[in-house]
Design a protein around this ligand. Sequence first.
Ligand code: ATP
Ligand code: MG
Length: 224
Amino acid sequence: MNQSSTTPFTGITLALSKGRIFGETLPLLARAGIVPLVDPDSSRQLILPTSRPDVRLVIVRASDVPTYVQRGAADLGVAGLDVLLEQGGEGLYQPVDLRIARCRLMVAVSQGFDYEGAIGRGARLRVATKYAKLAREHFAAKGVHVDLIKLYGSMELAPLTGLADAIVDLVSSGNTLRANALEAVENIAEISSRLVVNGAAWKLYRERLAPVVEAIAQGVKETF
Ligand code: ATP
Ligand code: MG
């Protein structure tokens, strides 16, 4: 079970990110009989053995999950629909909506900013986001001209400092927006996390992967 670097792992590798997704995926995995033997928050280990010797978890950045699965370094992954839509999800089969980490991708502005008015005047909108592709597509579909400002975090700060007129970001309770005197003005997409599988691996190793995928799908049904 303790994989040395010289022993190739022949089981199933599942990629997921620390934090919210890890915490919300754990109960679903537990229902599928998969329990990590190491807590990623108190350990620096990035490869976590589980109660099933044939299943291990690898801890990666949320936005790196598709890459690991697309390139076959992981067989399965848990990725937000936001990440999948932004990156395209090419070569990935998405068999299960895990219904966790639910939120909305929204347009938000400073409270009192006349968003509809600005759009109506044909003003060029400065939009800060880490979702450049999704934001571009959203505003293009509306015929709104935008200057996209790529950020990597703390999007809420952009309108408050005058960096941008609007942000495109994930919103769940709305508490963060309210705490920063922002308000949501448009919903772009309903987001949740998806189980993703390498499409080629799914064809080649379906017999091996399907029981795990089905057990997780069953866990979702029993939980929600
Ligand atoms: P990093 O912190 O490594 O830069 P990240 O900010 O994308 O990456 P998280 O904040 O853990 O990492 O977000 C991971 C995923 O969780 C997102 O891709 C999204 O699907 C979901 N998520 C993010 N924010 C929320 C939220 N407020 N409510 C519910 N789900 C969320
Ligand atoms: Mg984050």
